[in-house]
Design a protein around this ligand. Structure first.
Ligand code: ASP
Length: 614
């Protein structure tokens, strides 16, 4: 071993010991010939000191000074010395090694560092350079204590989950990465085959088909920390490759899978935070989630539920609402209760025009027209539009919204889908603005009874709501029975307003599975071509089975309060799905393409794949 201690290990109990440490020079300073170095590694920081006065008479002080003079920022060094107390008043109470320092006796440079492109030492996030630069030099970014602690947290989360699964009879099985397509609603990343020119493997969008095949193979309980690949248009905070905790179980119903997930998370909480997670998690139907929260991934840490008041306001003479209702739209109302209003919005009775105007501006910026409001005063509802609402309509409104003095009612109107979504976003914005969300509180919720299919708004074709392998609620169908309107036995797990898991009970009946494929517009020939192997397998006594996958990147990043999932992935792609570190995607030489019998039609471009730098 090159070192006796890592940089976070030495304590006052080591006083007087001769130690050897190694790491990176994060800072150095010269106090009148006495040199101080902050030596860092992923475990912590130890202060080294070169103090000529304190050295033995026979020590080669000059020789050592010369060695130390080559210790630039982020150079990697090894030093041996004696542990001593820091001078009183210079201790650093925030640092576990902050009481001691190591008086250097010998040292050597293990490797020098070029000038670093950005500060690695601990600092405020706001002082960090642009993310592209951090990603280009990710290995330097990883030296930051925040990044190391993110990776460590992620590792602990996975190892706790893994331990639970191992102890509960789950078998960890690796499924192939070079596969046929596994549809999850995205494009496949394709890998050309050299041996079969013109043929391609697809990288798995998920291990879905293979985990189901494992159940047919009698594996019974499976899990995998699975890498998945989806070629989507780059959307906010997505990655083209990501990691799921993928699970599949035989002879189970919906509740069994949910209980298994609750068990895993309960155990992870116990092991990581020493707290008891409240299980079972609350459940909300997809329909209720959409109507109360305006989203299928609700944040249920606070109320502020949406209320559809279309049936009430349609009886008012307010033209704006009348028009909306006339076109088949909806009017959604939110009650900002007086007692919820913090000082940020001042006293309830004085939720000023200014704040309301600000909300209206916000709504406009989101593309949401027509945000209107009414205030509850001693005299009843008041605003510039109440004159269009009869006393009867007003009192129905007040009853529906359960109003009290000082409440503020906010109304949004328009087409149903858009208005619900907008009202959902407004709900979250208000909760954030008013401080209703405690960043340390987390709340899981199951969203159940999701539809099986959704309609493509342009083509009108049916698409799977999740993926095509979900079992319809009604288990069996006649050959010609219509199942397009049925629900699927599926469940999503949401955490603090983000979907972090999705699962279902599967079709184990090949007839139903074929029907689903056909409903999705696949001809028999296409089904044969893409899924005959799978339908064949279902025909050999496939057991009833179901499972789920939890998105680990997202889950961990929410728990850590990160702005982006990229902060919990060691080597993520940037927002354009480029790896700025290794320059991928990159062009392939013609000779390699011709080996694969491929031809590139792409023109030479300035902005070549991954060649962009920060
Ligand atoms: N394969 C699904 C997904 O990746 C998860 C599941 O249904 O188990 O979202």
């Amino acid at each position: 071993m090159m070192r006796t201690h890592d940089c976070g290990a030495i304590r006052s109990s080591d006083l007087g010991k001769r130690v050897t440490v190694a790491g990176w020079i994060r800072f150095s300073r010269d106090h009148g010939g006495v040199l101080f170095f902050d030596l860092a590694d992923c475990h912590g920081t130890t202060q080294l000191v070169f103090d000529p006065e304190a050295m033995h008479d026979d020590a080669d002080v000059e020789g050592l000074a010369e060695v130390l003079s080559a210790f630039g920022r982020e150079s990697v060094i090894e030093a041996t010395g004696i542990v001593r107390d820091r001078v009183p008043g210079t201790e650093d109470p925030r640092n576990p090694t902050g009481k001691i320092e190591v008086l250097i006796e010998t040292a050597r440079l293990l490797n020098s560092s070029k000038q670093i492109p950005f500060e690695v030492a601990e600092q405020k996030n706001s002082l960090l350079p642009g993310e592209d630069l951090r990603l280009k030099y990710r290995y330097l970014d990883l030296r930051r204590s925040q990044m190391i602690s993110n990776l460590r947290f992620r590792h602990r989360f996975i190892s706790c989950a893994r331990r639970f699964l191992d102890e509960n009879g789950y078998l960890e099985v690796e499924t192939p990465l070079l596969t046929k397509s596994t549809p999850e609603g995205a494009r496949d990343f394709l890998v050309p085959s050299r041996t079969f020119p013109g043929h391609f493997y697809a990288l798995p969008q998920s291990p879905q088909l293979f985990k189901q095949l494992l159940m047919i193979g009698g594996v019974d309980r499976y899990y995998q920390i699975a890498r998945c690949f989806r070629d989507e248009d780059s959307r906010a905070d997505r990655q083209p490759e990501f990691t799921q905790l993928d699970i599949e179980m035989s002879f189970v119903e919906e509740r069994d899978v949910q209980a298994a997930v609750e068990g895993i998370l309960f155990d992870v909480w116990k092991c990581m935070f020493d707290t008891e997670l409240k299980i079972p998690f609350p459940r909300v139907s997809f329909k209720d989630a959409m109507s109360k929260y305006g989203t299928d991934a609700p944040d249920v840490r606070f109320g502020l539920e949406l209320v559809n008041v279309t049936d009430i306001v349609k009886d008012a003479s307010y033209e704006v609402f009348k028009k909306i209702v006339g076109k088949g739209g909806v009017v959604i109302c939110l009650n900002l209760k007086a007692h919820l209003l913090s000082s940020s919005l001042s006293e309830a009775s004085a939720v000023g025009r200014k704040e309301v105007d600000r909300l209206i501006e916000w709504a406009k910026a989101q593309g949401i027209g027509g945000l209107t409001w009414m205030r509850v005063t001693e005299e009843g509802l008041s605003s510039n539009i109440v004159k269009y609402f009869s006393a009867e309509v007003r009192s129905r409104l007040m009853r529906a919204m359960d109003t009290e003095l000082g409440d503020l009612l906010l109304f949004l109107g328009g087409s149903e889908t858009q208005t619900r979504r907008a009202a959902g976003a407004l709900r979250v914005k208000l909760a954030r603005d008013i401080g209703l969300i405690d960043g340390k509180e987390h709340q899981f919720v199951w969203v159940v009874d999701c539809p099986m299919f959704k309609k493509d708004p342009v083509t009108g074709h049916l698409e799977p709501f999740h993926h095509p392998f979900v079992r319809p609620v009604k288990g069996d169908f006649d050959e010609d029975e219509d199942m397009s309107a049925v629900g699927g036995v599926s469940y999503d797990l949401c955490l603090d307003g983000a979907e972090i898991g999705s699962g279902s009970i599967r079709n184990h009946d090949p007839v139903v599975q074929r029907k689903v494929f056909n409903l999705l517009g696949m001809s028999d020939e296409e089904v044969e071509n893409k899924f005959s192997f799978f339908l064949e397998a279902l025909g050999y006594g496939a057991p009833p089975h179901g499972g789920i996958a939890l998105g680990l990147d997202r889950l961990v990043s929410i728990l850590l309060g990160c702005d982006s999932i990229r902060d919990v992935i060691a080597f993520p792609k940037n927002k354009r799905f480029q790896s700025l570190l290794d320059g991928s995607p990159s062009r392939i030489e013609d000779s390699k393409l011709s080996e694969l019998q491929l031809l590139s039609l792409a023109e030479d471009e300035e902005d070549d794949g991954g060649s962009e730098s920060g």
